[in-house]
Design a protein around this ligand. Structure first.
Ligand code: MN
Length: 160
């Protein structure tokens, strides 16, 4: 078979080409979270860049149709760009409909959760500090406060 890119050295090439289905060369697709008991449903994670010099990681998450990320908060911030599909997110005390190429800022210590629409996945790029604190899950008091808003009560998912 002809190599379509004969000048690329495997392994340490600066270029990793896009593959079909929101995959990339030499990027492993992983389950979203592999430790602890954080509740989520149908989410994959790919770390696109983990650059020591930049002190950040750039990840691609994909929430399958009907799925959701963990409801959490932490000291570190997120910079998110929706890359695929459609869904909604909670950031702080508000819900937002989001679609391709929207940008979402999640400030420090702000509750956030992403849900894909029922019929399409929600894929997004997420930039974070390489060194970062562990996510916190809501306790009963935080959940009660969030649920004070009926729309948020209806939106949030705290089970897998
Ligand atoms: Mn987070």
């Amino acid at each position: 078979m002809n190599d379509p890119h004969p000048h690329e050295a495997p392994g340490d090439s600066p270029l990793r080409r896009a593959l079909p289905g929101f995959r990339w060369e030499r990027v492993d697709e992983m389950r979203y979270k592999t430790e602890g008991s954080a509740p989520f449903r149908d989410v994959t994670r790919q770390v696109l860049f983990h650059e020591t010099e930049l002190h950040c990681e750039w990840r691609y998450f994909e929430v399958a149709a009907g799925g959701h990320s963990t409801l959490e908060r932490h000291e570190h911030a997120h910079a998110v760009m929706i890359l695929r599909g459609r869904g909604r997110c909670l950031v702080g005390a508000r819900l937002y409909d989001v679609t391709e190429h929207d940008l979402i800022t999640v400030p420090p210590l702000t509750w956030h959760q992403f849900r894909a629409a029922a019929d399409v996945p929600l894929g997004f790029l997420c930039l974070v500090n390489k060194e970062r604190d562990r996510p916190q899950l809501p306790d009963a008091q935080a959940l009660a406060q969030l649920r004070g808003d009926p729309a948020i009560a209806d939106f949030i998912r705290v089970g897998g």
